[in-house]
Design a protein around this ligand. Structure first.
Ligand code: ADP
Length: 158
C-alpha cells in the first residue's frame, strides 16, 4: 500500500487542489490530505471547517482520507505510513519555496520523497488567497471551488 501525504493550508480547498489529488490517486494506492496547523498564519477558516470542506469535496474518492496535523510534515508522513509528500507546482514562482522545503524535508527524513504534480493549465493561476479576496468582494467563484466551499464563503462574507 503506497500512500502519499498531501499537506497544505487549504484555506479553502480549490479545484486546483482537487485536480492534484485526482492525479495522485492514479499514481498511489492512497492519498492522505492533511490540513497543516500553522501558527504563523491567520486563516479565514478554522482547521475543523477546512477539514470538513475537504472531506465533503472528496467523499466520492474511496482511496482519499483527510486529517490535520500540528508539527513537522515528515513526522506526520511517518505516522500515516506515507512514502512521499505531494505538492502542486503551478508556475516558476512556486519553485524556489518548494525546492527549499523539499530539500529540507529530505534532510530531515531521507526515506520520504517529495513528489510534484502539475494541475491542468486552467488552474495554474488559481490559489486560495485569490478566492478569499474575490469572495470578500462578492465575486462569483463557483467555477473555481467545490460547491460546499462556495456556500461557506458566501456565509463568511454575508
Ligand atoms: P501551503 O500554505 O502549504 O502552500 P496551499 O493550500 O496554498 O498550502 O497549497 C498546498 C499545495 O497545493 C501546494 O503544493 C500548492 O503549490 C498546491 N496548490 C495550491 N493551489 C494550487 C492549484 N491551483 N493548482 C495546483 N496546485 C496548487
Amino acid at each position: 500500500m503506497r500512500k502519499v501525504l498531501y499537506p497544505g493550508t487549504f484555506d479553502p480547498v480549490t479545484n486546483g487542489h482537487i485536480d492534484i489529488i485526482k492525479r495522485a490517486r492514479e499514481l498511489f494506492d492512497g492519498v492522505v490530505v492533511t490540513v497543516a496547523i500553522n501558527p504563523g498564519k491567520t486563516p479565514l477558516f478554522t482547521v475543523e471547517e477546512r477539514v470538513h470542506m475537504l472531506k465533503e469535496s472528496l467523499k466520492d474518492f474511496d482511496n482519499v482520507v483527510v486529517d490535520s496535523f500540528d508539527g513537522l510534515v515528515v513526522d506526520h508522513a511517518h505516522e500515516v505510513g506515507a512514502v512521499g509528500i505531494l505538492r502542486g507546482l503551478r508556475a516558476v514562482s512556486d519553485f524556489e519555496y518548494e525546492f527549499q522545503m523539499a530539500l529540507m524535508n529530505r534532510k530531515l527524513a531521507g526515506d520520504i520523497a517529495t513528489v510534484f504534480l502539475m494541475p491542468h493549465e486552467k488552474y495554474t493561476y488559481l490559489n486560495s488567497s485569490i478566492i478569499r479576496n474575490l469572495s470578500s468582494l462578492n465575486s462569483d467563484v463557483s467555477e473555481f471551488v467545490p460547491s460546499i466551499v462556495m456556500e461557506a464563503l458566501k456565509k463568511k462574507f454575508s
